[in-house]
Design a protein around this ligand. Structure first.
Ligand code: GCV
Length: 857
């Protein structure tokens, strides 16, 4: 038996937790760092693989690679079976259609049996994972996938950009083609397979219109080849106008016989090139994409045409339930985007082909930090459904804030919608068990994550963000796996088994969703980010008075959308028991209050606090908690590799500062609109702050910031002089050591340079090189670009002069711009982002206590 004494393992794990080579994060959770070998000493070193499919060969090779690296002795794949080997085999008499594996170990033999080659691979990865986490090898373990669809959606465009991608360009496409070098694509498929993901839709749901040309299809075949050894099937998003756009037909009416025939031919062509093609994802009649509505046809009409073409090849259609009108009339109290899913789809329940799956976003709006569960899950009892979540953190910090989303997904999956008055949690619905087929078998359904990994070495930019992709795979395989086990395993695999590292990372990640929610949008009102732009920083009123329907209805007397029966009626779209809970103020949970109700600011929450005071308190508490990540992380210096240590430290420092930007923007706005002051007197009072506009300026000029709550006092100072400008002040603080934080705007345009001096002596220098906030184009001074730099441990005494010097970047290289002046805030085309000027903007300075926490003022 290979059972080991866990404490003995952990005692030596620290010494072995990371190899002495540079780490760029590309190995993710498959680092195979050395673990104490003694507990696994009797593990046979020969690996025998019965089958010879590409996937089984991958499984054998992966075992040899991982075990050799972790256990420090050679493991090899042999061609003859012998007693005393690790054996990989197809299970005999396997019946289930869902992948399933068993691991059985005796003293001299270990057998991994799968009902499919993929399942053998999953068993191999599971064994490796248990050893990497320094856990004992099980004597017997059996595991079965919860649902057949476990896919990622990547929103990659053929030109190599990624919609809502925050980790660099595409590793699938560039310049209108599939990349020649698909090494990264293949490595990504390996990562996906290691957590049981079996499908990858490689292109944006806002699909390129020429996606389906015959020339392109041949290129996608190479992509499918790169995925295949890992059992990951390629899927593609298609635009429903393709029969017109690619086929040259006069119509794309799904019921037109020429259109039907076109889809059939196109699908057959795909399968001659990609025999294991997984299927199509469809976004239609939504956000400007055309769809069947143009011809008075339904989603079922459109989905079924594709489904019938795919059925002979065993392909599926994932038709997205994200269909809504983005030109709603905000003046209409009955208009409600949240209703759209049920209003557009419920009436077609039961009318979809058996290989159509409706892909439903977890909430009815759009991946907000907190929304109720989408009622559409309960409205399609006769239809296959899958849940769509978003690992790419579009509205949850864009892989610059650490937010562990499996906590949110678990909450969604466990929510009991009480359909038909019985226990119907979302996980039972998407795994097809809540509403089985007439045969009693579960409906085919599953799990989809919008992931948008990119060319950044570590796939998702923030090393901590990889825990979201890992967690997605785990929940898709088994939505009941305990969250703390998922997280603990990821942490051990990613950072090693040092108990302090494991404890610290787990504790931070576990609370990170609530922390992020706490300093962004409160009580279910929405994230309160800039919904018209990058969805990153605070911009509260961007939600109001436009057609997008993310209204918060904030006015002097109250806030929140009335979605009760008297309002938009949305609450009534849930099954009765849940509807009643949300309808009544007495039972509606505090964290969803403003999603369902319009209430005055002094409304009493179930906690007994007023809404407004709870908003203030939560924002101060959560911003502080976000600031503490950097402090906790600093205790791990020397215990994780230096490269990733530094990368995470920089990101945590950025998050600490940006959480304060969020806190202040939201609290200032709420105090202004409600007219009710924070009873602790914190909002807009900053005892430690020195406003830039109050300092003695040489060259710097004041400028208004919009929206005003995203800058302290609504103003910043900008410098339009090539040689640079200064801001100075004479300090009266008591003598001592201080941390000095500088709040400036890094506008993702030019690269301004800053220097902090005391009595003319340089103390710190840095560049605003837009490396911290997500790399996109935004020349505005606002909540997206407001950034904090902190210089630690500076000695100050009364009478010292503190000077901040800013040197703007006034390069102006765009040829056709001529003599036109570009002012801060000018909007410019995204592909020319380096051609614009950055005016070394400064908001304020804080002199805070010396310590590891960024000054909280
Ligand atoms: C791919 C949101 C995003 C869009 C995305 C859309 C969708 O609106 O901001 O970028 O488009 O969702 O899921 O289709």
């Amino acid at each position: 038996m290979f059972f080991a004494v866990r404490n003995a393992i952990l005692a030596t794990a620290l010494l072995l937790s990371y190899p002495c080579v540079a780490e760029d994060g590309s190995a993710a959770w498959l680092r195979y760092a050395p673990v104490p070998a003694a507990p696994y000493a009797s593990l046979p070193s020969h690996i025998f693989v019965h089958g010879d499919s590409p996937v089984e060969r991958s499984a054998g090779a992966e075992l040899a690679r991982g075990l050799t690296a972790m256990l420090g002795r050679s493991f090899d794949v042999v061609t003859k079976r012998s007693e005393g080997s690790i054996e990989l085999t197809l299970a005999s008499g396997a019946s289930t259609t869902l992948e399933s594996y068993t691991i059985d170990s005796t003293r001299r033999h270990l057998r991994i049996a799968g009902n499919t080659p993929q399942a053998e691979l999953y068993g191999a990865f599971h064994l490796l994972e248990e050893i990497a986490a320094a856990r004992p090898i099980p004597a017997h373990e059996a595991s079965t996938a919860a649902a057949p669809v476990r896919w990622t959606n990547e929103w990659d465009n053929l030109d190599g950009s990624i919609e809502r991608g925050y980790a660099g360009q595409s590793f699938f496409f560039e310049k209108g083609h599939v990349r020649q070098d698909l090494t990264r694509a293949s490595a990504y498929a390996r990562l996906l397979a290691s957590v049981g993901i079996n499908g990858c839709n490689a292109n944006n749901v806002n699909a390129d219109l020429d996606l389906l040309t015959s020339d392109h299809l041949k290129e996608y075949a190479r992509l499918a080849d790169a995925f295949r050894p890992w059992g990951v099937r390629l899927a593609l998003s298609v635009d429903l106008t393709s029969p017109q756009a690619v086929g040259g037909l006069p119509t794309f009416d799904p019921l037109d016989p020429t259109v039907i025939a076109w889809w059939q031919r196109k699908v057959d062509e795909i399968y001659t090139l990609i025999p294991d093609f997984a299927g199509f994802t469809v976004k239609a009649d939504s956000e400007g994409r055309k769809g069947p509505a143009q011809y008075g046809r339904s989603p079922a009409d459109a989905a079924n045409v594709l489904a019938r073409a795919l059925a002979p090849h065993h392909g599926v259609v994932l038709y997205r339930g994200f269909v809504y009108d983005n030109h709603l009339d905000w003046r209409d109290p009955k208009a409600d985007r949240a209703r759209a899913g049920v209003d557009n789809f419920a009436k077609y329940d039961g009318r979809f082909e058996p290989n159509v799956i409706i892909q439903i976003k977890e909430g009815p709006i759009d991946f907000q930090a907190r929304e109720p569960v989408n009622p559409l899950f309960a409205a399609l009892p006769h239809t296959n459904v899958a849940i769509e979540v978003q690992a790419s953190q579009e509205y949850t910090g864009q892989q610059r804030h650490m937010v562990w989303l499996p906590s949110m997904w678990r909450w969604v999956l466990d929510t009991d919608l009480r359909a038909e008055g019985r226990h119907t949690p979302v996980k039972e619905i998407v795994t097809g068990r809540a509403f089985p087929l007439a045969s009693g078998a579960p409906r085919p359904g599953g799990f989809v994550s919008v992931t948008n990994a990119g060319l950044d070495a570590n796939w998702m930019h923030h090393p901590m963000a990889m825990a979201n992709l890992y967690g997605f795979g785990k929940l898709a395989w088994n939505p009941d796996e305990p969250l703390d086990r998922i997280l603990d395993t990821w942490t051990r695999l990613t950072w090693g088994n040092d108990p302090l590292v494991v404890r610290t990372v787990n504790a931070m990640q576990l609370k990170s969703w609530q922390v992020y929610e706490g300093y962004t949008g409160p009580n279910g009102v929405g994230t309160l980010t800039n919904i018209l732009g990058y969805h990153f920083g605070p911009d509260i009123e961007s939600a109001e008075r436009n057609g997008w329907g993310q209204w918060i209805r904030g006015e002097k007397n109250g806030i929140g959308m009335d979605r009760t029966a008297a309002g938009t009626g949305y609450a009534q779209l849930y099954p009765p028991l849940v509807a009643a809970r949300y309808e009544s103020l007495a039972t509606c949970p505090d964290d969803l209050l403003l999603f369902f109700h319009h209430v005055p600011y002094d409304h009493k929450l179930h906690t007994g606090q007023t809404l407004i005071q709870s908003i203030y308190d939560t924002h101060y508490k959560s911003a502080r908690e976000a600031g503490e990540y950097a402090v906790a992380w600093s205790t791990l210096e020397g215990r994780v590799d230096p490269e990733r240590y530094r990368q995470v430290a920089a990101l945590f420092n950025f998050q600490a500062g940006h959480a304060i930007v969020w806190r202040d923007a939201i609290d200032t706005w709420f105090e202004r609109i409600s007219g009710i002051a924070d009873d602790k007197g914190r909002v807009d009072r900053h005892p430690l702050r020195i406003e830039a506009e109050s300092m003695t300026a040489t060259g710097y000029e004041p400028i208004d910031v919009t929206p005003s709550e995203t800058a302290s006092g609504g103003k910043a100072m900008v410098c339009r002089n090539d040689a640079g400008c200064t801001l100075s002040t004479v300090l009266q603080q008591p003598a001592g050591a201080y941390d000095i934080a500088v709040q400036y705007f890094d506008t993702w345009a030019g690269v301004s340079n800053y220097e902090l001096l005391v009595n003319g002596v340089s103390q710190a220098r840095w560049s605003a090189a837009d490396t911290l906030a997500p790399v996109q184009f935004d020349p505005h001074l606002d909540g997206q670009t407001s950034t904090r730099y902190t210089a630690h441990h500076l000695a100050i005494k009364p009478g010292d002069t503190l000077t901040l010097r800013g040197v703007p970047d006034l390069r102006e290289t765009l040829k056709d711009r001529g003599r036109q002046t570009v002012e801060p805030g000018a909007m410019s085309p995204p592909n020319q982002r380096r051609d614009y000027r950055e005016f070394a903007p400064i908001d304020y300075i804080v002199l805070g206590p010396d310590g590891p926490l960024t000054p909280q003022d």
